[in-house]
Design a protein around this ligand. Sequence first.
Ligand code: DX5
Ligand code: ZN
Length: 221
Amino acid sequence: MSTCIIAPSILSADFARLGEEVDNVIAAGADWVHFDVMDNHYVPNLTIGPMVCQALRKHGVTAPIDVHLMVEPVDRLIPDFAEAGATYISFHPEASRHVHRTIQLIKSHGCKAGLVLNPATPVDFLDWVLEDLDMVLLMSVNPGFGGQAFIPSALDKLRAVRRKIDATGKSIRLEIDGGVKADNIGEIAAAGADTFVAGSAIFNAPDYADVIRKMRVAVAA
Ligand code: DX5
Ligand code: ZN
C-alpha cells in the first residue's frame, strides 16, 4: 500500500481567508489541497476556477493542488488549470465526450490525470483507460456539496477498484471523496483507499492538526 495522503477540501474553508486557511491546514500536517470546481451545470453548485488556483500559487502554496473538476464540458478548462499550477486534474467520464482524449490532454499539459466515479457510476468505466491514469477518485457522496454522509456501498466499490489497480502493477492512487471523518477513515483505508479527501471534518474542527493526526492514526491501525 502506498503512503497515506490527506487532502483537505477547501470547499469547507473560509473563502474570505483562503490563503491563510490553506497555509494553516498544510502546517497542520495535510499533504495536498483538494480543489473542488463546480459549474452549476454538471453539478447544482458554483465554486472557484483557475484564477483562484493561480492565486494560491502566487500566495506561496507549494503543496500539490488536486483539482476535482465537476464541470461539463471538461477540456476547455484543462490548459487553464495546468497554467494556474494544478498538480492533479480529475474529471467525471459523464462530462467528457472522449474520455481517453481528455486523459491525454491533461497529461500533455504536464499534469497527473484522475478519473472520478460517482456513487452510481460502474467501475467498468475504468476498463481500457486505467493504465493511463495516475489516480482513480471514487465519490462516496453525490458531487456538489460538502458535509454529506458517506454512502456505505463505496466500501465494496473501493475493494473492487483496489483489485483492478493492483492487477495493473502500476502505482495509481485510489482517492475517496465525501463524508470522510476520523471515525470512518480506518475502514475506508482497509477497503483500499490511500488518498483521503476531507472537507467538513477538517475545516469545521477547531484544531486541524488534531483531526489530521487522528485520521493518520486510524489509517495506520
Ligand atoms: C463534493 C466534493 C467534496 C466535498 C467533500 O462534491 O467533491 O470534495 O467537499 O466534503 P466533505 O468531506 O465535507 O464530505
Ligand atoms: Zn472533491
